[in-house]
Design a protein around this ligand. Structure first.
Ligand SMILES: Cc1cc2nc3c(=O)[nH]c(=O)nc-3n(C[C@H](O)[C@H](O)[C@H](O)COP(=O)(O)OP(=O)(O)OC[C@H]3O[C@@H](n4cnc5c(N)ncnc54)[C@H](O)[C@@H]3O)c2cc1C
Length: 317
């Protein structure tokens, strides 16, 4: 990883350029490099993606036991490098695809040509805009029930959101926690009726409608939230052990608008072979329109995208 910030030694052309060095991008790079394709993975922040900011991963098969997100992130990155991929810190300002004329442009002006590109840029969570929110991400604020439920056994938590995810995940979380306070800004949920009925029948779930969190408080971790009643404007502090936000995800696809097909929420549309609507452009991981966003599905997408990128490049010869 010592070359991560050394952007000067990279070539002007690669068989495959991969955007994003999270689990999807690193796995794609591992596979394309092993297929002897010259491979550059460009990462705008730090290798590992969401993994690098996740305390502990308990459900990535093969690790045997819980592993720190940072350690697993490093393993993904170093394995891709070991196979021959280069991973560099690069802020891409433009993706250009016009027939065979294909390149990415970095913010330092460097243009790198490619034959195939794999988009693995992931997502960022939508936030509430509450006070101290960003300080507590990963420290009591979570975005993934499948990932983090286990850390809240017999605890009191808050879930925020009004759609199917928020209500379904609240029901799921009751298998672990002592209580769920489900907070939603509107006076009714957007979730389907059958799910709402199930949640209402669950004695562990308390619903707070027309309410919003305005502040997160705590020392090293969140220990309370301030909840505002949006009808009366009254605020009160609620002691809690954790908060799950399910108010949506924003895919990192701004660069791709007008180039490939995106759905209404701007996720990349692809078939199960990860091919987009443009030949030679593949998508892997959370940025893809799909049902389950996890490390294992990101890695799986990365392997599939790499295979099809290899087929595509072979077909050019
Ligand atoms: C707090 C939290 C806890 C989680 N816990 C678990 C868990 O326990 N188990 C589990 O299986 N899953 C967990 N997940 C989900 C898991 O982390 C994701 O599904 C997985 O990281 C997705 O991998 P990815 O490579 O698609 O995207 P990401 O991990 O998001 O990586 C995408 C990378 O692309 C980079 N990038 C974005 N735009 C650009 C650009 N224009 N150019 C270059 N690089 C770019 C980003 O900086 C990022 O590094 C958790 C997620 C969060 C947020």
């Amino acid at each position: 990883m010592d070359k991560f910030y050394n952007i000067d030694d990279i070539n002007n052309e690669y068989d495959v350029v991969i955007l994003g060095a999270g689990p999807a991008g690193c796995t794609a790079g591992l596979y394309t490099a092993r297929d002897e394709l010259s491979t550059l993975i460009l990462e705008s922040k730090f290798p590992g993606g969401h993994l690098a900011i996740t305390d502990c991963i308990e459900n990535y098969p093969g690790t045997g036991e819980a592993i720190s997100g940072a350690d697993l992130a490093m393993k993904f990155a170093t394995q891709a490098i070991g196979a021959g991929a280069s991973i560099r810190n690069g802020n891409i300002v433009k993706v250009h695809v016009d027939g065979d004329d294909r390149s990415v442009t970095l913010d330092n002006g460097k243009v790198i040509k490619f034959k195939a590109i794999i988009i693995a840029t992931g997502t960022k969570p939508k936030l509430l805009g509450a006070e101290n929110e960003e300080d507590f991400i990963g420290k009591g604020i979570s975005f993934c029930a499948t990932c983090d439920a286990n850390f809240y056994k017999n605890k009191d938590i808050v879930v925020v959101g009004g759609g199917n995810s928020a209500v379904e995940e609240s029901i799921y979380l009751t298998k672990f926690v002592n209580s769920v306070t489900l907070v939603h800004r509107r006076d009714e949920f957007r979730a389907t009726n059958s799910i709402i009925t199930k949640a209402k029948a669950n004695p562990k779930i308390k619903m707070l409608l027309s309410s919003a969190i305005t502040k997160f408080s705590g020392d090293k971790k969140v220990s309370s939230v301030t909840i505002k009643d949006l009808k009366t404007n009254e605020e009160r502090e609620l002691p809690i052990d954790g908060v799950f936000l399910f108010v949506g995800w924003i895919p990192n696809t701004t660069l791709l608008e007008g180039i490939i097909d995106l759905d209404q929420d701007k996720f990349v549309v692809a078939n199960k072979s990860t091919k987009t609507d443009v030949d030679g452009i593949y998508v892997a991981g959370d940025v893809r329109k799909k049902e389950l966003r996890q490390v294992v599905t990101a890695a799986s997408d990365g392997a599939v995208a790499a295979k099809f990128a290899e087929h595509y490049i072979s077909s050019l010869k």
